[in-house]
Every structure is written in C-alpha cells, then in structure tokens.
Ligand binder design. Structure first.
Ligand code: F6P
Length: 328
C-alpha cells in the first residue's frame, strides 16, 4: 500500500506538442487508481505561488489533440534560489501533495533533483521537449511532431525557392543539438545540413553549393541547426558570405522559430505521452522516485534523472553518411 495519496503534475520549460496528452494520462491514471491529482499552473513558478487546481478525469476532456500545455509553462528564476524552493515546498505541504510529475526538459529535471535533495519529495520526470536532447530516451514528447512541422514548412519554402531559383538558409530549433536539423534536412531533401555535431566547414559548403549548380540544380535549401557554431557564422552572416563568394546565388534566410513548437501532436507523440503519463503515476505508487520515463525500442524504460540530465541522445551518424549520398 503506497503512502502517496495526492500527486501534482505540471509542465515546465519550453512547451512541446504532446504535453497535454501527458497531463491527461497522469490525471486519468490518478483517477483510475483513486489517487487525488492537482494541476500546477506555470511550472515551478506556479508551485512557488500556489497556483494549483484540483483535477479529475473530466478536467482533461478534449485536450489530447491540442498543442501547447493547458497548465501553461514557465522558466522560473525564483526556483533556482533556496528561498524559492522553500516557498514551493511549503505550498506542497499546505496542499498535502505527496509527490509530483514534472513534464519538461533537462533544466526542469535539474530543478527537480535540487528540490528532492533538499525536501525529499518523490517525483518522476516525463521528457517533453522538441529538441530530443535528453539521455535515456530515443524520443522526447513533441520531437516527432516538430519534425513534421519543420518538413511541412521546408516543403513550402522549396516551392518558392524553386520558382525563383534561390538558395535558402533555413534555421531550425534544437538548442545545442542537431536532431531536428539532421532529420528534417534528410526528410525535406536539403542540399546541406549544418549541425553542431559535425563540422562541415565553410569551404566544403561553398564547394557543395558550386557542385550543385554545376549538376544542374536551380534552387537549394540548406538547413542550419540553431546551435551550430561550426562555421562561426549565423544564418544571416552565412547569407552574406555565400553572396560574396558565390554571386551566382540569390540567397534568402528563413528562421522558423517558435512555430516549430506549436500544432496538434502527431499520433505517435500522443501515444508516447500517454504511455509515459501512465507509467509515471504507476511508478510513484510503486515507491519509485527520481526516474525519468523514456522509450527505447518501443518499450518504456526508467532512467535515473541524475543520468538523464548528464548526457544527450547521440545523433545517428548513419544519417550524416546518407545525407551526403542523397545530395549527389
Ligand atoms: O528547448 C526547446 C526550445 O524551443 C529550443 O529549441 C530553443 O532553443 C528554446 O526552446 C527557445 O526558448 P524560448 O521559448 O525561451 O525562446
């Protein structure tokens, strides 16, 4: 018999499509197992301020298909302070909350670890970020939807690029890693892909663009990960550099930005989020704490959060190899 009678759930950091499906799964699993559930608005900031709402199975009607997060999200500076975490603990105590599920990325998990070191409140993390940059899971909630959103956007850019015989630099999100760039670059048929994990080099980029002209390609798309520092230039500087060194190209820049985080989650994201939400509650009731739900070979696995925040899921080097072949 578990001593946990009330579980809180919240989303923290950058939102991602599928967070609502994860919230729904946590709330409904609590209802199914007859444990009280509290939603916390605005992540850790809401925890500090006591911005709580009791939730039952009906509180999460009609959200599985919605992007964003019904509980809102925030990055809280106050929670980084000892005083902020003390206030948060007092709010949990006052509301008789025994454990929590945090849906977010590595920053949110780091906060949870710090908090549990000080106050020993059991928690489970669900990886929710479009970046897919968390160790211990092959997929984070929202990543696959973001890939589709980006490919859809690049397909549209391709229409105009080919109509005007232009070269586009398309910057995509991903923070410090190139998962989104590499996969969407292949999926959208980009000429080149610039990612932090692989130094293409400016010379090779120019050579490749020259070659593609010589091979009769009239337009090109280069996907650039926002975290790429390998060329020492941002997308706007790359545009200038290419225009100076390869005047044959008429270059444009498109920074996709936050549209990548929005939209209705894909079916797979909804299923992953649902599976993780159920496990998070089951694990808490089994007495597990400080773990992250992950998915590996289609099985839900548990990784200690302390390990999850240390590493990053590695890029598949085979994808880098095939992207070189396919731009021939
Ligand atoms: O972590 C998700 C993410 O969208 C990153 O890809 C991006 O670098 C960052 O969040 C943007 O953060 P913000 O919404 O605070 O501008």
């Amino acid at each position: 018999m578990s001593h946990i009678r009330k579980i809180a759930v919240f989303t923290s950091g950058g939102d991602s499509p599928g967070m609502n499906a994860a919230i729904r799964a946590v709330v409904r699993t609590c209802a199914y197992l007859q444990v009280d559930c509290i939603g916390i608005f605005r992540g850790y900031q809401g925890m500090i301020e006591g911005d709580f709402m009791p939730m039952d199975a009906r509180s999460v009607n009609n959200i599985i298909n919605k992007g964003g997060t019904m509980l809102k999200s925030a990055r809280s500076d106050e929670f980084r302070t000892k005083a902020g975490r003390k206030k948060a603990y007092e709010q949990l105590q006052a509301n008789e909350i025994d454990a929590f599920v945090v849906i977010g990325g590595d920053g949110s998990f780091t906060g949870a670890i710090k908090f549990s070191e000080e106050y020993h409140v059991p928690f489970i993390g669900i990886p929710g970020t479009i970046d897919n940059d968390i160790w211990g899971t092959q997929l984070t909630v929202g990543y696959l939807t973001a890939l589709n959103t980006v490919v859809d956007a690049i397909d549209k850019i391709r229409d105009t690029a080919s109509s005007h015989h232009r070269l586009f630099f398309v910057e995509v999100m991903g923070r410090d890693v190139g998962h989104i760039a590499l996969n969407t670059g292949i999926g959208a048929g980009a000429e080149e892909i610039l990612i932090p994990e692989e130094d293409l080099g400016l010379e090779r980029l120019l050579d490749s663009l020259k070659r593609s002209k010589a091979r009769g390609k009239s337009s090109s798309i280069v996907v650039v990960a926002e975290g790429d520092r390998t060329t020492g230039k941002n997308v706007y500087e790359l545009k200038e550099y290419v225009e100076e060194n390869l005047p044959i190209y008429d270059v444009r820049v498109c920074v996709l930005g936050h549209m990548q985080r929005g939209g209705s989650p894909s079916c797979t994201d909804r299923v992953i989020a649902s599976r993780m939400g159920v496990k998070a509650v089951e694990w808490l009731l089994e007495g597990r704490t400080n773990f992250m739900t992950g998915i590996n070979e289609n099985i839900i696995i548990a990784t200690p959060i302390s390990e999850a925040i240390k590493g990053k899921t590695k890029l598949d080097k085979e994808l880098i190899r095939i992207s070189d072949i396919l731009t021939v």
